[in-house]
Write a protein that binds this ligand. Structure first.
Ligand SMILES: N[C@@H](CCC(=O)N[C@@H](CS)C(=O)NCC(=O)O)C(=O)O
Length: 220
């Protein structure tokens, strides 16, 4: 029997990984269907007007939802255990802000400036852009890392005392940072470095990272 959900995406996308971690934490079964986002088929453009991954199909509703934030919100309401967007209004707002920050400016700088520049370019026949990587590490990464360091709570989470969607949305980009050959300097950002190590070691992340490594041919 096939699963209720189908997730369209590719290995190595931080946004697809974010949704897959949410699905794993909630123990929700799904089928994963690869999509070439650089040359998507017409049926995919119809369900993803921005031509982006991920997209979730709910087969029970026979309907699709685009965007990792929209999908995560839906899954959190439809499968509330464990709740990843807190009920508390302030914490919910804080969670949305940190997710937004991770999904936009941070994702763009790290994604384009390190992951794409060093890891992805050679895989699509383009040269490594080491100048861009160095510039990103020098001029952009420190302000993101210092902000994250300042926002981590005593318990090691970004929102309240429990794992939330904000933790997942932030941590997923550090997988791609790692694909770009980088890690957070624990001497400079000790709380953030510990957060990244701890969060990526969660079974929901670790299993996916193993699967991606096999799919992408990354030695571990
Ligand atoms: N805000 C979107 C961003 C998704 C996104 O940018 N996905 C990338 C892959 S990591 C993509 O589909 N890029 C293809 C494109 O922009 O044409 C989300 O959270 O789902």
């Amino acid at each position: 029997m096939s699963a209720r959900y189908v997730l369209y995406g590719t290995a190595a996308s931080p946004f697809v990984r974010k949704v897959r971690v949410v699905l794993a934490l909630k123990n929700v079964a799904y089928d994963f269907e690869p999509v070439n986002v650089f040359d998507p088929p017409d049926w995919f453009k119809a369900i993803s007007p921005l031509k982006r991954i991920p997209v979730l199909k709910d087969c029970e509703r026979n309907a699709t939802l685009a965007d990792s934030s929209a999908i995560a919100l839906y899954l959190d309401r439809a499968h509330p255990a464990p709740l990843l967007i807190p009920d508390d209004p302030w914490l919910a707002g804080r969670c949305a802000w940190l997710e937004e920050y991770a999904d936009t400016e941070f994702a763009y700088r790290i994604g384009m400036g390190v992951f794409r520049a060093r890891f992805f370019n050679p895989r699509i026949g383009k040269p490594v852009d080491e100048d861009l990587a160095q510039k990103t590490l020098r001029e952009h990464a420190p302000r993101f890392f210092s902000y994250f360091e300042s926002q981590l709570g005593e318990g090691g989470h970004f929102v309240g005392d429990a794992l939330s969607l904000a933790d997942i949305a932030i941590a997923t980009h550090f997988v791609n940072f790692g694909y770009g050959g980088e890690r957070v300097d624990p001497a400079r950002w000790p709380k953030l470095a510990a957060f990244v190590d701890r969060t990526l070691a969660l079974p929901a992340f670790a299993a996916l990272i193993e699967e991606e490594a096999a799919a992408l041919g990354i030695a571990r």
